[in-house]
Each structure stands twice: as structure tokens, then as C-alpha cells.
Design a protein around this ligand. Structure first.
Ligand code: PEP
Ligand code: MG
Length: 589
């Protein structure tokens, strides 16, 4: 037997899979390049359109299979997530209708007199280059979508399509260079134990799908396809982002025990769904959920969320040819509020820009994270912003809807957005409810410095630690070259959080946290110690954080927090917390 190979990647979806490898070997497509005559142009366009139709049929079939399997006895959280996957497939279907793409290719056939494959490949490259030149992670992922859809059409033109799932029905672990969301959806109800890809990031659509389908996955494992052979025994450890090819018997046994432990832990954590997040000395915390898609509201409830602490509404604006109008937004917002009623839902106004950019407002920026993002974009496109505010105010009549503004840098800016909100309210007249709570995110260092003043103008704060860390430590949150510097344990970050909490408390307003720090169990003692009463996170993190809260006492957490705030380095702070609560991280108490 060949040597064991152990490789590291990005853990995209938790869980452990052990089984034989299925290597999806997609030989590189060779694109035939031919000049044609004017008389042949119509035939070439017809060929292209036929391949587009075939691609559409395949994508629709994948979408239908998804919805069929969602009615077939999967857990309700999985079922709801399928709606999100359908949305992704819908976005790919929409690309097939996109004029700039398909029409662009047919124009090339007729104008430059070239064959269909060549025209399509040229158009794909043109769009991908354009997206790559915009130079940020979000666009790179959209370029991947162009690839997924374009390669599917090319394969149909050339007559070779590769199935991801083995028809034999033998359970297997899939290895591929990359998987599109449509390909991942083929795994629903199939015998795929887990998967590993060379490409991908934690936030790619494929990773989101894997999490929702509950399939362990590791992505971003460079050259893995060259190291694995079909039929090799492999282990995918989605918890730690590790892939082991051809493990020895002892390692397999060890991972079987770990897999069993993981499954038991999941079950145990979920069983606390209806129990309160209360510390040993009786202090009650509220665990809310962050969502990106309306269907996730039900998933949040499945995991015991007491409300939605962050609805990232910008996802409604992405992957579509035009922005949603007021009516569409109103309907979506109302659905979410009603699904969660009587629990609160915090709607963050669109945070477009930086890594989340819609083609409808794209512009070239050298430093997009410091550019026209979130409310800056809203204040520049006031009518688009007001459309959202009107839709939100109208939906507020149907439940506990709260409005939150992202990327607030100071009081002047906050007043501007509030006056736009007041304008929207005046326009709506009696249709807008009298009382809607308004809050702002604290995610810029400048907002921390003036938090006392901001607190006088809003009903609540929510600390966005993902950006607060990015901007405080000057580390691009999407750049893996500087990821080693990105740490929530940095004393500056903890001081910023503490300053915000104190300012909010002095003004008597609510302070919550909706950034990634809220879902890091090792930080829970500090957040409990600081008394951040509401923590909002991905639904699947709620049981773990609840378990952590239930194992500690606030009095003890306050002591640790005081000590931590006195330390000088991230390492010292992390060590201190581990010394105090490291043993509690297995939640066996
Ligand atoms: C944050 O910045 O912490 C946050 C919650 O918002 P987002 O991750 O959407 O920027
Ligand atoms: Mg943010």
C-alpha cells in the first residue's frame, strides 16, 4: 500500500467521514477554435442555444431533486436550508438568461465569425477578467459562478458531462478540483459521506451548502487530486480541516471513535434547545441567530434562537440583474418577522460593498473595504436606501422588527441615516408603526471612540467584531496571507468591546454582539464577564455557546475578564482563558 498522506485545508463543514475515495476526474476541456462563414453563424448560435437549454434542464432537475429530497424525511433544519440552495441554483439559472453572458456569446459568433465553444469561452474569460480586476473576494466567487455555468454549457456543447455521484450507490468520499453548488446538490439523498476540494473558501456557496446538508467537507486542499487514488480509504475531518489519505488501521479506529463522539455531542447539544442560556449563578443571556436568507429563520428556531440578531439583508440584492423593489422587500421582510413572531428580528440595512458587491452598483475601488460600503453607499444612492427603509417600516407592522445601521463612523453620519428614516416614515404616514427600535453596529474604531455619543441617539448597539478586528488591527478579513494576525484575543479588540459595553450601559441601552467573537466558546467567559446580554451567531453555533454559558458562573467570568483586560498580549489572554475554562470546552459537565 502507498504511504499515508495527511493534508490540511479549510474546514468547510463539520463532521467526520471515513470511506473509499471517489475521484471526480474532469479532464480539462479542450476548446475547439474555428473560424466560420457568415452562412454558418445561425447553426452555431442554434448549437449554443441548445446547449444552454440542456444546461437549464440539468440545473432545473438538480433544483427539483433538492426540493423533492427536502420533502423526504430529512430534518427540518436541512429541509429549510435546501431553500437557500435552490436560491443559488436559481441564481445560476438566471445567468443562463443573462444578456451580457449568453447574448454576448451569440453576438461574438455572429460578429467575429467564430464557433460556439470559442465564443462562449471568450465571453466567460471577459466576464471573469472584469470581475477579477475588481479585486475582492466576493467578485472572485462570482467569477467562479461564471465558470460553473459556462463549463456546464461547454460540456453540453462538447457532449461530456461528469456525474459527481456514483451510480453504484456505494458510499464514498468525493474528491474534486472544485464543486459547483449544483454539483453539491447532487449529493442530497445520495451516498456521499463527505467531500474534499482543491478550491474553495469557508464562505463559498459550496461550503454553505455542505454545512446545510450536514456533509463533512474540507476545501482549499492544494493538489489533493494528485495524491489520492480512486478507492483509497480516506478520512475527512471537517472539524479540524484535515484530510488523511490511506490511513493506517489505528488512525481509522481513532477517527471512528471521534466520529461517534462528534455525533453524540451534536445530539446532546441540540437537546438543550429549549433550555435557557443561564450561568451557574443564575444570570440569563439571550442567544439570537444571524441569517442571510429568509428560509434560515426557521432553521434559527430549530436551533433554539430567541430572535434574529442580524439579518444581513444585502444578500437579497446579490446575484440578480436588478435590485428588489419596495414590494418585494416588504414581502420578504414581513415573512421573516412573521416566522419569528413574537421574537425580535434585527434587520441590518444593506451592507453592500467591500466583499459583497452587486453588479448593479459595482465600481472600481483600490481599497474597497475602506470605500463606498454599507450606509456610505446608501447615502449616495438615497432613493435605493429609502426604498429599503420604507419596506422595513411597512413590515414593522407585522412583528417586532428592529432596524440597524452598519458601518456607522460617527454621530453626524448616524443623524443623516436617521433623518432619511424619518423621511421614509413621513412618506408612509399611518402605514408606518409609531415605534420601531433603531440601533447601530459598532464595528469601526471611530464608533468605539464616540460610543458614548452614539448611545444617546440609538436604542441599541450591536458589536460587529468581524469588521472591528479588521479595522482595528488593519488586517483584511478575507486575506489568508495576513490571517495569522487576525485574532479576537488582541488586547485592543477586547478593550474596544469593553469600551462599547460601558458606553451602552451608561446610557441604559441594550448591547449585543453579532460578529464572529460571539460564537467562539473560548471567548464566552469574557462576553459573560462583560455582561453582553445578547449574543447572535450562526444557528448551528447556538447549542455550543449555550452549553458554555451554562457551565460558567458570571462572578468567576468577571474575575477572568478583569485579569484579561490587564494583560498585554493576545497569547497571554488566550492562555489565561484556557487555564480557567479550557477543561469545560468538551461540554461533558
Ligand atoms: C461584523 O462585521 O462583525 C458583522 C457581524 O457583519 P459582517 O460580517 O456582515 O460584516
Ligand atoms: Mg460588518
Amino acid at each position: 500500500m502507498s504511504k499515508t498522506v495527511r493534508m490540511r485545508g479549510i474546514s468547510a463543514s463539520p463532521g467526520i467521514a471515513i470511506g473509499p475515495a471517489r475521484v471526480v476526474d474532469r479532464e480539462k476541456i479542450k476548446i475547439p477554435r474555428m473560424r466560420i462563414t457568415g452562412a454558418d453563424a445561425k447553426d452555431e448560435i442554434d448549437r449554443l442555444m441548445e446547449a444552454v437549454t440542456e444546461s437549464r434542464t440539468q440545473l432545473e432537475a438538480a433544483r427539483d431533486m433538492l426540493s423533492k429530497s427536502s420533502n423526504g424525511g430529512l430534518s427540518s433544519s436541512n429541509r429549510l436550508s435546501h431553500d437557500d440552495h435552490s436560491l443559488i441554483l436559481e441564481a445560476h439559472l438566471m445567468m443562463l438568461r443573462d444578456d451580457s453572458f449568453i447574448r454576448g456569446a451569440t453576438d461574438l459568433i455572429a460578429g467575429d465569425l467564430i464557433n460556439a465553444e470559442w465564443a462562449l469561452a471568450r465571453k466567460m474569460n471577459e466576464i471573469k477578467d472584469m470581475l477579477a480586476n475588481l479585486g475582492d473576494a466576493y467578485f472572485q466567487e462570482r467569477a467562479q459562478d461564471v465558470d460553473f455555468v459556462g463549463v456546464r454549457i461547454l460540456r453540453n456543447l462538447l457532449g461530456h458531462v461528469t456525474a459527481i455521484v456514483d451510480e453504484s450507490g456505494i458510499p464514498c468520499v468525493v474528491f474534486a478540483d472544485n464543486l459547483s453548488p449544483a454539483e453539491t446538490s447532487q449529493m442530497v439523498g445520495a451516498t456521499v459521506l463527505g467531500f474534499c476540494t482543491e478550491a474553495g473558501t469557508r464562505t463559498s456557496h459550496t461550503a454553505i451548502m455542505a454545512q446545510a446538508l450536514g456533509i463533512p467537507a474540507v476545501v482549499g486542499v492544494e493538489n489533493v487530486s494528485e495524491r489520492v487514488n480512486a478507492g483509497d480509504t480516506v478520512i475527512i475531518d471537517g472539524n479540524d480541516g484535515v484530510v488523511i489519505i490511506r490511513p493506517d488501521v489505528k488512525t481509522v479506529d481513532d477517527y471512528r471513535v471521534r466520529a461517534q463522539h462528534h455525533a453524540e455531542l451534536e445530539k446532546k447539544l441540540l437537546s438543550t434547545r429549549d433550555e435557557p442560556a443561564v450561568t451557574r449563578d443564575g444570570v440569563r443571556f439571550s442567544l439570537y441567530s444571524n441569517i442571510e436568507f429568509p428560509a434560515e429563520a426557521a432553521m434559527a428556531l430549530d436551533y433554539g434562537a430567541e430572535g434574529i440578531g442580524l439579518y444581513r439583508t444585502e444578500f437579497l440584492y446579490l446575484d440578480r440583474p436588478s435590485f428588489p423593489d419596495e414590494e418585494e422587500q416588504f414581502r420578504v421582510y414581513r415573512t421573516v418577522v412573521e416566522a419569528m413572531a413574537p421574537r425580535p428580528v434585527v434587520f441590518r440595512t444593506f451592507d453592500l460593498g467591500a466583499d459583497k458587491v452587486s453588479s448593479n452598483v459595482s465600481q472600481h475601488e483600490i481599497n474597497p473595504a475602506l470605500g463606498l460600503r454599507a450606509i456610505r453607499l446608501g447615502l449616495k444612492n438615497r432613493s435605493m436606501f429609502k426604498t429599503q427603509l420604507r419596506a422595513l417600516l411597512r413590515a414593522a407592522a407585522f412583528g417586532d422588527l428592529r432596524i440597524m445601521f452598519p458601518m456607522i463612523s460617527g454621530v453626524g453620519e448616524l443623524r443623516q441615516v436617521k433623518s432619511l428614516l424619518a423621511e421614509a416614515r413621513r412618506e408612509l404616514g399611518a402605514e408606518a408603526p409609531e415605534q420601531v427600535r433603531v440601533g447601530c453596529m459598532i464595528e469601526l474604531p471611530s464608533a468605539v471612540f464616540v460610543a458614548d455619543r452614539l448611545a444617546e441617539e440609538v436604542d441599541f448597539f450591536s458589536i460587529g467584531t468581524n469588521d472591528l478586528i479588521q479595522y482595528s488591527l488593519a488586517i483584511d478579513r478575507g486575506n489568508d496571507h495576513v490571517a495569522y494576525l487576525y485574532t479576537p484575543f488582541h488586547p485592543a479588540v477586547l478593550r474596544a468591546v469593553w469600551m462599547t459595553v460601558k458606553a451602552g450601559r451608561a446610557a441604559g441601552i441594550g448591547v449585543s454582539m453579532c460578529g464572529g467573537m460571539a460564537s467562539e466558546p473560548l471567548l464566552t467567559p469574557l462576553l459573560v464577564g462583560m455582561g453582553i446580554e445578547t449574543l447572535s451567531m450562526a444557528p448551528t453555533s447556538i447549542p455550543t455557546i449555550k452549553a458554555m454559558i451554562r457551565t460558567i458562573s458570571q462572578a468567576e467570568a468577571q474575575k477572568v475578564t478583569r485579569e484579561a483586560l490587564d494583560l498585554a498580549t493576545a497569547v497571554e489572554i488566550e492562555d489565561l482563558i484556557r487555564r480557567h475554562v479550557g477543561d469545560k470546552l468538551n461540554f461533558d459537565v
